[in-house]
Design a protein around this ligand. Structure first.
Ligand code: PMP
Length: 428
């Protein structure tokens, strides 16, 4: 496979765009370097790059593209929105319809607000939690990504509970002190942190099923314990469902796991591929938001008709019978094949899968928290990634990301992928 045109465009990009990419995760820094592939066109489960190479896509744009690229129903909604004018700056009936759909799927969201990204959604839930409780601190779990607002760019070191230090230059020490980080799936560590700081905590930010150090499910009783301990301390539980909502079922991880948060942040899938975020929660909490309450949040693009109509169309597709069964069936096929090839070639892997999302970690035996994901072999993943790319299979260029299936993938795509896995494993 040749990547000549991608390489040329990457060089040109360096001249104008900082680092050549508009989001750092798109660079190939984490997989041993090289030029990222410049995609030109996508349809269904496939990508074509600027050199004319075709790929089976498991990136799904880091999650949103669950119906595959150019799904006719979603495309039609976007075309209709374009024809009707893409931005009004007034309320529209589509926002009512979509908010009702979200509430219907996730009843814990008694009131909803639309924003433009997952980052904004999470950032605002924190502000609202602070406004509601009158407290400043938050707890997050190590390795969980919640967007790039200052407060959540803190990951902190090891230990059961550590006061935060900034993970990015430009985040002040004062802000980092407001964040406490605890290992995921560690009830004792969480309880310890809450014993110490509980009466200062406004909210506990949780990815109920982790998607950001690979797919990691909560241990039995973990989410229930987080709810109980948090509420005892008078703090709020905030679920970051930016990846998880509508990924594993029609609804959120909160429905899947049967545990309800006080507030929820959404993004990705609910925009059908267009920019979106949303947050919501209990009525009395949401009443803290302007224009009803003192916590300010606004947005020129918030609730824009194009994103909302694409989101409605996407959920209409996902609501159809058999969608999640299809994703699960293909996920199982992929999992079984990868495990069989790993055994055949003696490649040490841990594979975490839930429905149509999975992560393959190299060189570790089990991953239930960030430290274990971090210990996985990034160098081996980098070689695997490039061997797959060279055979026309597009994965995310990071050992921490998931493979995402879409409704457009077929059994034939999985078979083709598994042939590529067989060859890649033989070369590792
Ligand atoms: N929360 C989670 C769980 C995410 O995975 C992401 C993005 N990967 C975000 C928040 C931020 O969303 P966005 O990139 O839309 O700002």
């Amino acid at each position: 496979m040749k990547f000549t045109e991608s390489e040329r465009l990457n060089e040109a990009a360096q001249e104008h765009i900082l680092g050549g990419v508009n989001s750092p995760s798109r660079s190939f820094k984490a997989v041993g370097g090289g030029s990222p592939v410049f995609m030109d066109k996508a349809a269904g489960a496939y990508f074509w790059d600027v050199d004319g190479n075709r790929y089976i896509d498991y990136l799904a744009a880091y999650g949103p593209i669950i119906t595959g690229h150019t799904h006719p129903h979603v495309t039609e909604a976007i075309q209709a929105a374009a024809a009707d004018g893409v931005l009004y700056g007034t309320p529209t009936r589509y926002e009512n319809e979509f908010a009702a759909m979200l509430k219907d799927a996730m009843p814990s969201m008694e009131k909803v607000r639309f924003v433009n990204s997952g980052t904004e959604a999470v950032m605002t839930t924190i502000r609202v939690a602070r406004a509601y409780t009158g407290r400043d601190k938050i707890i997050k779990f190590a390795g969980c990504y919640h967007g790039h607002s200052d407060l959540v760019l803190v990951a902190a070191g090891s230990g059961p509970a550590t006061l935060g230090s900034p993970d990015s230059a430009g985040v002040t020490k004062a802000i980092a002190k407001e964040v406490i980080t605890v290992p995921f799936n560690d009830i004792d560590g969480f309880r310890e942190a809450m014993d110490r700081w509980g009466d200062e905590i406004a909210g506990v930010l949780v990815e109920p099923i982790v998607g950001n150090f690979g797919i990691v499910e909560p241990a039995e009783g973990f989410l229930e314990a987080v709810n109980e301990i948090t509420h005892e301390a008078g703090a709020l539980v905030i679920y970051d469902e930016v990846i998880t909502a509508f990924r594993f079922m029609y609804g959120g991880a909160q429905n899947y796991c049967g545990v309800e948060p006080d507030m929820t942040a959404l993004g990705k899938i609910i925009g059908g591929g267009l920019p979106i975020g949303a947050y919501g929660g209990r009525q009395d909490i949401m009443e803290k938001v302007a224009p009803l309450g003192p916590a300010y949040q606004a947005g020129t693009m918030a609730g824009n008709p194009a994103s909302i109509r694409a989101g409605i169309a996407c959920l209409e597709v996902l609501r159809q019978e058999g969608v999640y069964e299809h994703l699960d069936e293909l996920g199982a096929m992929l999992e079984d094949g990868i495990r069989a090839h790993a055994a055949k070639h003696h490649v040490p892997i841990t594979l975490n899968r839930l429905k149509g999302a999975l992560t393959v970690y190299f060189g570790v035996d089990g991953v239930v928290n960030y430290d274990e994901a971090e210990a996985s072999d990034g160098e081996m993943f980098g070689r695997f990634f490039k061997l797959m790319l060279g055979q026309g299979v597009n994965l995310a260029p990071s050992k921490y990301e998931a493979w995402f299936l879409t409704t457009a993938h077929t059994k034939a795509d999985i078979e083709e992928t598994l042939k590529a896995v067989d060859y890649a494993f033989s070369k590792l």
